[in-house]
Design a binder for this molecule. Structure first.
Ligand code: AMP
Length: 470
């Protein structure tokens, strides 16, 4: 569903036209619209003491890095996708050839509903608000918008280190890492550089990303981004496109004051393009999006369209004592090739992990108490099928984007129904089918009713088959 978002308060500023979808209405490239010179900047590094602010900024025109894969010689003729009634092809969006080449490599053919809804507007420079969960293709929607915009509007003036042209902020490290990984795939035939700034990882290493090459796209968690800003290693006043992902989760996690500070240090909303995504539109999210976006289009992808269609959902009624045995037998099922087990709390995940490991199950753990580098390594091993089972909390599990997960097990039912949708959405991805099995015991069965209310469907409860309890 596409709609204009809640009317609009402020009149358009000069150089800005009301949102519509004609090419002529495209926002001015934000760099010019911002009308700012570099000279107003503060020194990039406190340790430096040059004559002018401009001089103090670390000049860096370098585009060094690994050798790029070859784009020369590729043509769009090598990427054939037949037109199909009711579907939008990436070919229909007039995207840069280098971007199309990367899209071809990751085998996307048709736009997902959120991409088909949002891209025709955002590629014209308009702001957008998307109500969408992970699993809908929202990441590619905003990355394609950013990359195409940056490629279409190259900057001729001298640029400085630590001045990204696009910024994506997301609440969890896993999500940021995943977005950055997707971005790197999409920019691989371009000169654009992506930097990842996440807490819990080596600051200096992340700083090197900003210093070794001009960075175009920064993907960050709010706290670490502010660290970089306050140490004057990063400046956001050249940001042309800003993405706020999972705004509702930012609210839940108490990040909004930080996000506010970040948004304030980017150009005014009339002079930047803002894309805001949230799985839910609470009044708080609506208020924030009104403050931060300018005449946005609003796209809603309902959760029912997301995961539940491709996921077979089972609820097993069990006693607390039966849960471990049941889980171990589910993991042994021949069809259970790759399993994510969710629990509500860190201590529960830890116990589960230890239990499974002792039982000889190749498993990994993702929770807030595990250091980030270990979490990244675990996720990689799970993706590479070295680990059959991943035990995770909701926050850590949010960023898991692994195709081919056969089963999601909810060892404990989530207290927030939204988390349920997120959890089961880890399976049944990219058109594949998946199974979600939730354990409901005497302690948490009461959580089923609100879950069913949100899903708008009954979740049939059953006794687990006898052989799974032995
Ligand atoms: P997201 O909602 O961004 O987490 O994306 C969910 C998954 O869908 C990711 O694995 C993407 O690679 C995949 N995906 C996104 N867009 C498309 C598309 N147009 N066609 C096929 N797969 C896609």
């Amino acid at each position: 569903m596409i709609s204009r978002f809640f009317g609009k308060k402020s009149a358009p500023t000069e150089g800005e036209k009301p949102a519509s979808s004609t090419a002529a209405d495209k926002k001015q490239p934000k760099r010019q619209a911002a009308g700012k010179g570099y000279s107003s900047k503060k020194p990039a590094n406190k340790a430096q003491s040059g004559d002018t602010a401009k001089k103090n900024r670390r000049r860096n025109q370098s585009r060094r890095g690994k050798p790029k894969p070859q784009h020369a010689g590729w043509s769009i003729d090598q990427f054939k996708v037949p037109e199909q009634e009711g579907k939008t092809r990436f070919h229909d969006l007039d995207l840069d050839d280098r971007l199309m080449h990367a899209i071809h490599d990751i085998s996307f053919e048709y736009c997902s509903p959120i991409q088909a809804g949002v891209l025709p507007h955002t590629l014209q420079g308009h702001d957008a608000i998307g109500k969408a969960q992970t699993g809908t293709g929202k990441t590619a929607a905003f990355l394609i918008t950013i990359i195409n915009d940056l490629l279409n509007n190259p900057v001729d003036e001298e640029r400085y280190a630590g001045e990204p042209r696009a910024l994506v902020i997301a609440p969890t490290r896993e999500l940021v890492a995943q977005i950055a990984e997707d971005a790197k795939q999409l920019v691989k035939y371009t000169d654009l550089k992506v930097a990842t700034l996440i807490g819990g990882m080596d600051y200096q290493k992340q700083l090197n990303q900003l210093n070794n090459a001009l960075v175009d796209i920064v993907v960050a968690t709010p706290g670490r981004l502010l660290d970089f800003q306050s140490r004057r290693d990063l400046y956001l006043d050249m940001v042309e496109v800003m993405v706020i992902d999972e705004a509702d989760r930012m609210l839940d996690m108490g990040f909004i004051p930080q996000v506010r500070r970040i948004v304030r240090s980017t150009p005014r909303k009339e002079n930047r393009q803002t894309l805001l995504f949230s799985a839910t539109f609470t009044q708080d999210v609506i208020n924030l999006s009104e403050q931060w976006t300018y005449e946005p289009v609003s796209i809603e992808i309902e959760p029912e369209n997301v995961a539940t269609e491709t996921v077979e959902q089972k609820i097993y009624i069990v006693s607390t004592e039966e849960k471990y045995q049941l889980l171990k037998n589910i993991i042994k099922l021949p069809e259970a090739s790759s399993v994510i087990v969710f629990a509500n709390r860190r201590d529960q995940t830890r116990k589960l992990y230890e239990h499974l490991r002792k039982a000889g199950v190749k498993c990994g753990i993702l929770s807030g108490e595990i250091p980030q580098n270990k979490r990244s390594a675990t996720l990689k091993r799970f993706k590479d099928n070295e680990l059959k089972v991943l035990v995770a909390t909701d926050v850590a599990g949010r960023g898991i984007h692994v195709d081919g997960v056969s089963h999601v097990v909810n060892f404990t039912l989530p207290e927030d129904p939204e988390d349920y949708v997120h959890r089961i959405g880890r399976t049944g991805r990219a058109g594949a089918s998946g199974v979600s099995i939730s354990f409901a015991c005497e302690d948490d069965a009461f959580l089923l009713a609100p879950l069913e209310d949100m899903l708008g469907q009954k979740l049939p409860c059953e006794q687990p088959p006898e052989e799974l309890l032995k």
